[in-house]
Write a protein that binds this ligand. Structure first.
Ligand code: BTN
Length: 246
């Protein structure tokens, strides 16, 4: 994983490029990295600010031999690989907000976007986009996200090596991918839960079909969020933005 690297100074989006490479049979483990993206995108087609050399903007192609329904688990696998790497390189203690945000001091430092192509019974490819704010100052962030975003250097009070971080992420990704192939999602779920902040808290899940209020009680063995609503019914949340009520 991460041994075949395609590097750009400037690109529209590593996600767009990686999907092109994936369609053209790029091998598993191909990593597309850019110093700067002009059209970085987050989940729900939101803009993702990706300024030059400040962060890590990259997309990883993988081809797991699995049915399509397993794809969301790779978002969680990636989140723990990134969280572990951040911990190793900076000694900071990141937290994960289901499904894919990594927070430091309650502010977003990393976003993960997983896109999948395949048939119901098999995945052709997964493109996992990872955006990490590394050496931004608070003023580097555009106004719309300035209050909710942070960077590793702000939190660590020191500049952080992007290369060391990418290497560490790839190592952990490979380790967890191996563990997943050998033992399934359950051991990863246990690691994920150690980093999770939303579990046990009252949350609002903003889904495409409306908001659901309740208490996040965990994730299923598939990686789906379980929420107990006010009537005590268990709801399964496959895709949503989560707000934690404090
Ligand atoms: C999110 O939290 O909404 C996900 C953000 C994902 C951003 C990364 S940066 C590298 C890759 N290229 C993109 O255009 N998006 C992802």
């Amino acid at each position: 994983i991460g041994r075949n690297i395609i590097h750009y100074e400037t690109v529209d989006s590593t996600q767009i490029e990686a999907k092109k490479f994936a369609r053209n049979q790029a091998p598993e483990g191909t990593l597309v990295i850019a110093e700067e993206q002009t059209q970085g995108r987050g989940r729900m087609a939101r803009e993702w600010h990706s300024s030059k050399k400040k962060g890590i903007w990259m997309s990883l192609i993988i081809r797991p031999k699995l049915p399509l329904e397993k794809a969301p688990q790779f978002t969680l696998l990636t989140a723990i690989a990134v969280a572990k790497a951040i911990e190793e390189v900076t000694q900071l203690r990141p937290e994960i907000k289901w499904p894919n945000d990594i927070l430091l001091d309650g502010k977003k430092v990393t976003g993960i976007l997983t896109e999948v192509q395949g048939e119901p019974d098999h995945i052709n490819y997964l493109v996992i986009g990872i955006g990490i704010n590394v050496n931004h100052t608070q003023d580097d962030f555009p106004e719309d996200v300035r209050d909710i975003a942070t960077s590793l250097s702000i939190q660590a009070n020191n500049s952080v090596s992007r290369v060391a971080l990418i290497q560490s992420i790839m190592q952990y990704f490979e380790e967890y991918y191996q563990l997943y192939v050998e033992q399934g999602f359950v051991p990863l779920k246990q690691i994920w839960e150690k980093y999770a902040i939303s579990i046990g808290k009252e949350i609002i899940a903003r889904t495409v079909s409306g908001n659901i209020y309740g208490k996040a009680i965990g994730i299923t063995d598939e990686g789906v969020l379980k929420l107990a609503d006010n009537q005590g019914n268990i709801q399964l949340i496959y895709s949503a933005d989560i707000d934690i009520c404090t």
